[in-house]
Design a protein around this ligand. Sequence first.
Ligand code: NAP
Length: 219
Amino acid sequence: MSRIFFMGATGGVGHRLLPQLLAQGHEVTALHRKPEQADYLKQQGAKPVAGDMMGLTRGDYKRLLQDHEIIIFSAGAAGSGKDRTSKIDGDTPALLADLAEELGIQRFYLVSAFPEAGRTKGLGEGFEHYMQVKKAADARLVKSSLDWVILRPGTLLDEDADDRVSLDYALPYGSVKRGNVANTLAALIAKPTIHRQIIELTDGDDNISTAVGTLSRNT
Ligand SMILES: NC(=O)c1ccc[n+]([C@@H]2O[C@H](COP(=O)([O-])OP(=O)(O)OC[C@H]3O[C@@H](n4cnc5c(N)ncnc54)[C@H](OP(=O)(O)O)[C@@H]3O)[C@@H](O)[C@H]2O)c1
């Protein structure tokens, strides 16, 4: 059982992951930006903390992160503009990595993206910016002394898990159900021996616990 600070707990991946973390016995502090989300998070069994990533300062995060052991970051600006993307998808996970080192929060799980996402699709400058920012956040975490895991899912589908995935250090690009991302994160968090790994994830043919077990044997 660990004390987890969860960024993005109300999102498409996050709301599917949160109940699993609580079922695993973790204590979860969940950042949220809309007042009405506090009751939902409390009902789930998490501790809600109000805050908007666009305004939170280093000092705010330092205070909020005290006494936690794991950071999970599955938040995202979701295409809401370049400035917001820079702040939410890039600057914030990098700042949290700094603070995790400073505060001794050893474990950090970051939801990133396949580097070849959207390739040849001409998705525009905003998407290119998103990809650069996500990569910069990955690079900051890789450079850290933390026990990080960077999970790179393919294009997210808003569907619950069917527990059938492909999970490996390099995969052909594909899509993945948000539920499968959540279940994979839950399984990875339950296996702390898997760390300092960049792992790709798409829907596929393997059972999640088998796929995570295979990775675990290879670490
Ligand atoms: N879309 C794709 O195909 C794709 C592919 C690969 C990777 N990813 C990555 O996968 C991750 C999870 O995606 P998802 O679909 O679960 O995301 P999502 O549904 O858009 O959820 C984003 C989360 O971030 C929170 N958030 C956004 N702005 C915030 C702010 N200013 N302050 C505080 N919280 C804020 C949202 O809170 P609210 O509930 O208030 O909105 C929500 O909890 C993201 O990092 C994304 O970049 C996405």
